[in-house]
Design a protein around this ligand. Sequence first.
Ligand SMILES: *Cc1c(COP(=O)(O)O)cnc(C)c1O
Length: 387
Amino acid sequence: MPTPRPRPETRADEFRRRSFPGTSVEEWDDWRWQLRNRIKDLAGLERTLVLSDSERAAVVRLGDRLPVGITPYYAALLDAQDPDDPLRKTMVPVLGEFDQSPEEAADPLNEDGHMPVPGLVHRYPDRVLFLVTSFCATYCRYCTRSRLVGTTGEYHFNHEQYQRAIDYIAVNDEIRDVLISGGDPLTMQDGRIEWLLERLRAIPHVEFVRLGTKVPAVLPQRITPELCTMLRRFHPLWLSVHFMHPSELTPEVERACNMLADAGIPLGSQTVLMRDVNDDPDTMKLLMHGLLKMRVRPYYIYQCDPIPGSKHFRAPVQKGVEIIKALRGHTTGYAVPDFVIDAPGGGGKVPIGPETIVGRADGSLLIRNFEGDIYKYPDPLPEEQVR
Ligand SMILES: *Cc1c(COP(=O)(O)O)cnc(C)c1O
C-alpha cells in the first residue's frame, strides 16, 4: 500500500499533471505504475522533452542496442528544453553512441571470462558478483553492462541459473562476500529477492551480502515499508546505490534513503565520472555532501568504462584526480570516495589518487598534505633500523 499523504508539493507533481494528466498521486507513488509507464520510445520522449536532432536521430537508429528506459519520476528531473542538461545526457542517446573507438569493447572488464557459471563473476578470491536480472528501472547510456541489460540475451535469469550460482558459492568456502547486481535487483518482486537472500544467508561462509542498485535514485517509490521489513531480516546487509548528480537528491530520494537507513542498512554510493555531467569538483562536492546528509557514505567514483560508443562520455582520468584533490582534506573525510579505474581486461578496481608520497630523507618519509606542503614522518627502512 502506498504510504498516506499529505506531503509537500515536489517537482514531480507539476510534471505529473503536465505530462501524465489524469494520473493520481496514488498511481504515481506506486512503483509498478512507474515501471509500466516508463518512457521507452520516440513518442514517449517527444511527449516529455523537446528533442535535439542528434537525440531524435539516435533514438530512431537504436535498433537492438541498449534501449531507452526512463521512469516518469526520473523523467521529471530532466530539463525538457536543454539537451545539455546533465541528467538528460545520462538517459537520452545521442549520435555519439554510434561512434565506436578502437579502444572500446562490449565487455571491457572481461566479466564473461571470469564466470564459472552464467551470471556469476568470480574475479576476486573472496567475493563474487552475482547478476540476477538484466532489467533496470532506467537505462544509463554509459552502462558498463550495456551488452546484457535491457535484452534477454544469452543469460537466463531464472531459478535454475540462480541455483547453479548458489551451489557454486556453497562449495567454494573462500567466498565470504556476495554482491548482488544485474541489471537492478531491486526491480524484482520482494518474493524473488527474499528467495535469493534466504539461500545466500543459509551458506555459513557468506559473511557479507550487498545489493548494487540505482532504484533509490530513479524509482524511490520502490522503497516500501514491506521491502524494508523483508530486507532487514537478512542483516548484515549493505546497499551500494548509484548516484550521478546533486539534482537527483530530491525529497522522494531522501525519504527512500531514510527508510533504508532506518532499517539498519548501511548505504554506500557509486558514481561514474562523466564528461559535462559531474566532472568538476563543485558538482561532486555538492553530490557528496548531499549524500552524507541522507546517510549515504560515498564509496566509489568510477572512471567510465570503455564500452562501445562511450568516447563522448569519458572524461580524462586527470579530472578524477583533481576531484579527489579538491575533496581530500578540504571536506569531511566521510565525504571522500575512492576514485578507481576498473582495469580493462579484468584486473579489478585500481584506486587512482593524487601522489602523496614525495620521497625519503634521513630515515623519514616525505608526504604531501592537502595544501601541498611537505611533512616528514619518521619511518626508517628495515636496513636503517638495524644500524
Ligand atoms: C566491483 C566488484 C566487486 C566488489 O568490489 P569491492 O571493491 O569489494 O566493492 C566484486 N566483484 C567484481 C567482479 C567487481 O567488479
